[in-house]
Design a binder for this molecule. Structure first.
Ligand SMILES: NC(=O)c1ccc[n+]([C@@H]2O[C@H](COP(=O)([O-])OP(=O)(O)OC[C@H]3O[C@@H](n4cnc5c(N)ncnc54)[C@H](O)[C@@H]3O)[C@@H](O)[C@H]2O)c1
Length: 443
């Protein structure tokens, strides 16, 4: 079947490659010239394990263009996977979605199904519908459906090929049939709902996951205050099948392009609808405080931060991705820079991306924020080089590469033997035996 996808970021490109692999004829629309050029040259513009190989394998069924007109002409189903980043108010910025809706409308010449793949607040499909109706030729037929995406960056292909569930939020049997045809070769449980429910499923799922992280981080703080060990506690909680062991790892807090903005957006839309979702506001506060607590640990250990040299392992918001959006590392770096520390960073994938971003014009808020944060920060290309002559090493992303480093080599290189671990990667006893001052979270 022919499918068009507007927006070729982490979600749009993975979806496009996946559909092509399932035999569909896919046209991806991207309006960022730099990204489009790479895609048209057969290159994935970001790091996601396995994606380059799969994109190359399916290149005969995958095309890239900057023309929404072409996208509308190409397929009956048009997936919208553009960004919905947070505004300062906490609401998601819907300008990208609105613009795509307006553009699609202009070129409609017969029935199309517009499918929301982006994460959007409930009732967005109604807004898209109204917008398209306003800008489309009179009487032209179209519908709007929701097909939320649950992939995790870093394991996006595994998630996309074997999803826990597929959700179709559909306005009609016709729309359901089109989506069923596209997804016919998937074996995951299918949930067919109305569009409002599908939109809420995505926000409610991400907010629940964020809540689990904040919950365990709050318990970790109590462990620190009481002398308990969060790892023992998390195991004792997680083996209860009603709770489950996943997402019970204490750390420096969640980040990324989804949890912070989706929790904000869910709180906002709930408020607009007349419900005060105070529980989720607390989830955000705990996450914010978690980073502050981590910084406090650094300050308490180093005493004077000014003029100290601090190495950081991990810049991406989680392992196996080069995505730095809302990464906890950015807040930590900014705070330490304010205290006039000298910062050096190593990350297995994000350093290359960071170097690219530093060379680019500041095209959006994220790029501008990243450029400011990384100004006067030393970006290193080796985990061992970065620790040379530093007063402290911070662990901010749990990359597999950091699992079992050669601590003897590291010890020789560091000025002060201090490791502050925001991801609980190492055994505190072993670290002390090795001669480090070692601090982690909740133990
Ligand atoms: N990243 C994730 O892990 C993830 C998971 C599930 C859902 N989501 C949701 O999916 C959506 C997209 O997320 P992402 O991480 O892929 O974002 P992204 O920023 O990586 O990608 C969005 C892409 O859309 C392009 N774009 C914007 N306007 C366009 C237009 N008018 N025409 C063509 N292209 C346009 C941008 O240039 C960009 O490449 C968001 O709503 C997000 O919340 C993301």
């Amino acid at each position: 079947m022919k499918v068009s996808i507007v927006g070729t970021g982490y979600v749009g490109l993975v979806t496009g490659v996946l559909f092509a692999d399932k035999g569909h004829d896919v046209l991806c629309i991207e309006n960022n010239r730099h990204k489009l050029q790479k895609l048209q040259n057969g290159q994935v513009p970001f790091y996601e394990p396995g994606l380059q190989e799969l994109m190359t394998k399916n290149k005969s069924r995958l095309r890239f263009s900057d023309s929404i007109e072409e996208g509308v002409k190409h397929a009956k189903a048009i997936f919208v996977a553009v960004g919905t980043p947070a505004l300062a108010s906490g609401e998601p910025d819907m300008t990208y979605i609105e613009r795509v809706a307006m553009e699609i409308a202009q070129y409609l010449d017969g029935y199309r199904l517009i499918v929301e793949k982006s994460t959007v607040p409930v009732h967005t499909s109604e807004k898209i519908h109204e917008t398209i109706k306003r800008f489309a030729p009179q009487g032209v037929e179209f519908e709007v459906a929701s097909n939320p995406e649950f992939l995790r960056e870093g394991q996006a292909l595994e998630d996309a090929f074997n999803p826990d569930r597929i959700v179709f939020g559909v306005p009609s049997v016709k729309a359901e049939k089109i989506l069923s045809e596209i997804y016919k070769d998937f074996s995951a449980p299918l949930i067919v709902t109305n569009v409002n429910s599908a939109e809420i499923i995505k926000h409610a799922a991400n907010s629940f996951l964020a809540m689990k992280i904040s919950y365990i981080n709050a318990v970790a703080s109590i462990c620190e205050l009481s002398g308990a060990n969060i790892e023992e506690v998390a195991k004792g909680i997680g083996l209860d099948r009603r709770i489950g062991e996943h997402f019970l790892r204490a750390g420096v807090g969640y980040g990324g392009s989804c949890f912070p903005k989706d929790v904000d957006a869910f709180v906002n839309i709930s408020r607009e609808l007349g419900y005060d979702f105070a529980l989720l506001e607390e989830v955000q506060k705990i996450n914010h405080r978690q980073k502050k607590r981590f910084l406090k640990k650094i300050k308490e250990t180093l005493w004077v931060v000014k003029n100290k040299t601090i190495a950081i392992w991990g810049l991406s918001f989680k392992p196996n991705t080069d995505d730095m959006r809302e990464a906890p590392a950015l807040d930590v770096i900014n705070e330490l820079k304010r205290e006039q520390a000298k910062i050096k960073i190593y990350d297995p994938q994000a350093i290359q991306k960071a170097n690219e971003i530093l060379q680019m014009p500041a095209i959006d808020n994220h790029t501008q924020h990243l450029q400011q944060t990384l100004q006067d920060v030393e970006l290193c290309s080796c985990a061992y080089d970065v620790v040379t002559d530093v007063d402290c090493l911070l662990i901010l992303t749990e990359w597999a590469e950091f699992d079992s480093p050669d601590w003897e080599v590291i010890k020789q290189k560091m000025k002060q033997k201090i490791v502050i671990d925001g991801r609980n990667m190492y055994d505190p006893k072993k670290m002390e035996q090795l001669g480090f001052i070692y601090k982690s979270v909740g133990r």
